[in-house]
Ligand binder design. Structure first.
Ligand code: MF3
Ligand code: CO
Ligand code: CO
Length: 268
């Protein structure tokens, strides 16, 4: 408890102007993910997708936060099939049935807008559909418990219990994070945990929730490029990410799609 209280004190609290800054950055990030959807087709390279995201952000006055971040070389992360997160765009061409996460973080007027969704090149397998639906639903269940007085453990529990009920697993090695004028700030938002544990949420906290869910075992390893995280058992992995601000009664999702494209959807 001592520890949780100490940790909670280090979590920045924000006011109305800050909410407005995050609303604008979050909307731009979501619009970028809306834009990229129709381009995700078999045959396109991940570099071409990254370039489209880069230009979209820059043309709207934003800076891609990932470009040069701790040496990361690209403006998006694109993580295909058994890649869990931080896949580096390159000359890989999408193949029919690939499932991929695209994660973008424009910085607009100093505020970070961080969000990711899953996409499918062509038609997904039945297993892939289920994995994407469960992962998205786990994110939304995590968001649903966010309000002043709830704890970070409540969020982790909501996500983990739903994922495991569906016989998938939650990745332990990566977590959500505080965000705002800084890309990665306190707190760490774990996607597993127990009800009532961890720091207590307060109005004005900003953080991401971004569960990574594996079809097989939860263990991951990072490849020699220093970034690409993959499932150790090479099972498929999925992730969705939203950014929220805690309000007096619940939370505001800053990264909702203006076009309503948040949820997994599959071409017929
Ligand atoms: N956008 C990722 C997140 O959700 C962070 C990517 S950092 C990078 O936290 F350097 F890999 F791009
Ligand atoms: Co994030
Ligand atoms: Co992200």
């Amino acid at each position: 408890m001592e520890q949780a209280a100490g940790e909670a004190r280090r979590i920045p609290l924000h006011g109305p102007d800050d909410f407005e800054g995050m609303r604008r950055a979050g909307r731009l990030a979501a619009e970028c993910l809306d834009m990229i959807g129709p381009h995700v087709q078999p045959g396109i390279t991940t570099d071409a997708l990254d370039k489209l995201c880069h230009d979209f952000m820059v043309e709207r006055g934003a800076t891609p936060a990932t470009l040069g971040y701790r040496g990361y070389p690209k403006s998006s992360c694109i993580s295909i099939n058994h890649v869990v997160c931080h896949g580096i765009p390159g000359d890989r061409r999408l193949a029919e049935g690939d499932v991929l996460n695209i994660d973008v973080t424009p910085i607009l007027d100093g505020w970070h807008g961080d969000t990711s969704r899953m996409y499918v090149a062509g038609t997904p397998s039945t297993k892939a559909r289920l994995l994407l639906e469960v992962t998205y639903e786990s994110l939304m269940r995590g968001i649903a418990v966010v309000k002043p007085g709830a704890t970070l453990g409540d969020i982790g529990h909501a996500i983990q219990s739903f994922v495991e009920k569906n016989r998938f697993s939650v990745v332990r090695d990566f977590c959500g994070h505080g965000i705002g004028r800084t890309f990665h700030a306190p707190p760490n938002v774990l996607h597993f945990g127990r009800r009532g544990e961890g720091p207590v949420l307060k109005e004005g906290m900003f953080f991401t929730i971004e569960p990574m869910v594996n079809a097989g075992r939860p263990e991951v390893k990072v490849l020699d490029d220093g970034w690409t995280a993959v499932t150790r058992d090479r099972s498929m992995s999925a992730q969705y990410e939203h950014m929220v601000g805690v309000t007096a009664t619940g939370c505001e999702i800053f990264t909702l799609s203006p076009a309503g494209l948040d949820k997994p959807s599959f071409a017929a």
